[in-house]
Design a protein around this ligand. Structure first.
Ligand code: MD6
Ligand code: FE
Length: 214
């Protein structure tokens, strides 16, 4: 049989701009291990809706695993080793997470990525994430690796200032975005999730973002 060049599930690399790349379907073959690990983490540290410093409740539900977790409350954004809800350390980073994140970073040109934080985001239809920068990590030379599972979403990818009109990047189950270098502080967000049902995840999108935070 001749290989189908348009095979939708074949991994491929799609540069977005210097420092940012979409690795299409990079995580697909690991979906079962990733979802089992998400399940195990959320049994220890359930999804919750954080409050922003301005007093708004986020529509994205979040939790973390790894040595550090990203949290927000009325006093600000920060990384913390303790889950404020349970008073205990965050669940350890599952082995398949860190290994796959490091391979994705290397595929995008960032060797030696050793994440110590994994923020897990859960979106339902209507959930959105407004334009923001990721700037709470200590070493901004380290990239971020972002994996999408479940329902598709439209990622907004802007520039160094909030004023630049963001472009729209569709992300599907199994896609991985790697983000660093000159794009590290670019504004980005997620448009409201559309209704739908994913065969494995139902009416939900899960996003894993790996960082070297400390
Ligand atoms: C999301 N992602 O895709 C939200 N941040 O659900 C992010 O905010 C993000 O995907 C930095 C780098 C990559 C990302
Ligand atoms: Fe972000």
């Amino acid at each position: 049989m001749t290989p189908d060049l348009f095979e939708p599930d074949a991994p491929s690399t799609e540069p977005l701009e210097p420092g940012a790349v979409v690795l299409r379907q990079f995580a697909s073959s690991h979906q079962a291990a990733l979802l089992a690990a998400v399940q195990a983490v959320t049994e220890q540290a359930p999804f919750r809706h954080l409050v922003t410093p301005g007093g708004f409740t986020m529509s994205v539900a979040m939790t973390n695993c790894g040595a550090l977790g990203w949290v927000s409350d009325r006093s600000g954004y920060r990384y913390d080793a303790i889950d404020p809800e349970g008073g205990r350390p965050w669940p350890a980073m599952p082995e398949p997470f860190a290994a796959l994140a490091a391979r994705a970073a290397a595929a995008a040109g960032f060797d030696g990525f050793a994440p110590d934080a994994c923020l897990i985001n859960r979106y339902r239809p209507g959930t959105r994430l407004s334009l923001h920068q990721d700037r709470d990590e200590r070493d901004l030379r380290q990239p971020i690796v972002s994996m999408s599972l479940g329902l598709p979403a439209v990622f907004q990818f802007g520039g160094a200032t909030r004023g630049e009109r963001p472009r729209r990047v569709p992300l599907a189950h199994g896609d991985v975005v790697v983000w660093g270098g000159p794009a590290r502080l670019h504004f980005h967000g997620v448009l409201p999730l559309k209704d739908g049902s994913h065969p494995l995840l139902g009416d939900c999108r899960i996003n894993l973002t790996f960082r070297k935070a400390g």
